[in-house]
Design a protein around this ligand. Structure first.
Ligand code: HBI
Length: 361
């Protein structure tokens, strides 16, 4: 139990698909980590999510209906989509009925409707915005709620906030992980790792180009979102020593990651956070990252890894040569100090207290 207030919280999940299906991407892991972190602190949480959701330690309020279209598939001027029998609309109709049982509602959807409905509901809503700026319609409605309900727009990093015109109205809660799942490893083997969705915005080709020069092995894990893109990389670097291991669950993934000399993080776009960076640090694995987006706010150059000029393969090669200078214990320590579940819970409690201390609208 935290020293302060114990909250009754309603988590309203992403409408992309059932929890546990992977359809919700990174935000599923964030919801589970928040649920564990805040439950440990004594708060009472209920989760509302699309039917067939699986949740280990909490009951789910299941909701039927059609999923939303993933926002990443949209462009600046794409209009707001609402399918027939929308699960998102069905969820928020139920929220209206249940709202008086809770002190605060936490919205996990990157969608227009929950933001638009905020002034229509009595219970305050904390919106956890899980990606950077993607469309004009979302920017407009998030900005409107950010102005009308101060401190209610939560983000993971300042870099993510800076993609929005209302950056100064965003409240950064960073993220948090169950570090018990990651085993610190003092002595690495002779290979590097690359983790993530295999898609152009993740620029896997730069990591392959770097190890093609250094000669080290590169173990690759993650979901192949674009097979043609992956095939093209392998054709371009036929002699690179790469080993694709598939999409593994956390336990199996960290069993490979923990023995690597370092993790290469090569985003072409502004990563809102960069979960894989924390997962590496938690194993004691130094991180080499392009100096852009969320990863650039996490890696401490010379202490827990190296930041490289964005899109510079030569920069990656030079940093790989400097990995032995990093003390792997420092990497684990940074994860424990800043990204543990208890550190995350404290940031979340401060965020909620700030929202609930606002005068009634
Ligand atoms: N798209 N429409 C929509 N709604 C979401 O909640 C959503 C999304 N795309 C991706 C996504 N959520 C999460 O995978 C990321 O925010 C992490």
């Amino acid at each position: 139990m935290s020293a302060g207030q114990s909250y009754r919280l309603l988590f309203v999940s992403t409408p992309l698909g059932p929890l546990g299906s992977g359809a919700g991407g990174g935000v599923e892991l964030t919801l589970l980590n928040m649920l564990e972190a805040l439950t440990q602190q004594g708060h009472q949480i209920q989760v509302m999510a699309p039917q067939q959701s699986q949740l280990p330690q909490a009951e789910v309020i299941p909701v039927a209906g059609s999923p939303q279209i993933p926002a990443q598939t949209q462009v600046r001027h794409t209009p707001v989509h609402m399918p027939e029998n929308s699960v998102l609309a069905n969820m928020w109709l139920q929220v209206q009925t249940l709202q008086s049982e809770f002190d605060l509602i936490v919205n996990f959807a990157y969608d227009w409707l929950p933001l638009y409905l905020t002034p229509f509901l009595d219970t305050p809503i904390a919106h956890l915005i899980s990606m950077g700026s993607l469309t004009d319609a979302m920017d407009q409605i998030i900005g409107q709620i950010a102005n009308q309900f101060p401190h209610t727009i939560g983000v993971h990093t300042q870099a993510q906030a800076n993609t929005f015109p209302f950056a100064e109205h965003c409240y950064s809660v960073r993220n948090g992980f169950n570090l018990d799942l990651y085993q610190f490893t003092p002595n690495p083997e002779d290979y590097l790792c690359w983790l993530g969705r295999i898609a152009p915005e993740k620029a896997l080709e730069d990591a392959v180009a770097a190890v093609d020069q250094t000669g080290q092995a590169l173990k690759i894990m993650g979901h192949i979102q674009d097979q043609a893109y992956f095939d093209q990389i392998q054709a371009q670097f036929p002699h690179a020593n790469i080993d694709y291991l598939g999409f593994l669950d956390t336990t199996a993934m960290q069993e490979v990651l923990r023995y690597s000399q370092g993790l290469l993080v090569t985003p072409r776009w502004v990563e809102a956070f960069g979960n894989v960076v924390i997962e590496a640090l938690a194993c004691g694995v130094p991180v080499i990252a392009y100096n852009r987006g969320g990863p650039a706010e996490i890696v401490q150059p010379g202490k827990t890894g190296w930041l490289v000029e964005p899109d510079s393969v030569d920069g990656l090669v030079a940093a790989i040569g400097k990995l032995p200078e990093i003390d792997r214990q420092s990497c684990r320590q940074q994860a424990e100090q800043e990204y543990s579940l208890i550190a995350f819970a404290q940031r979340l409690e401060q965020w909620f207290a700030k929202i609930l201390s606002q005068p009634e609208q």
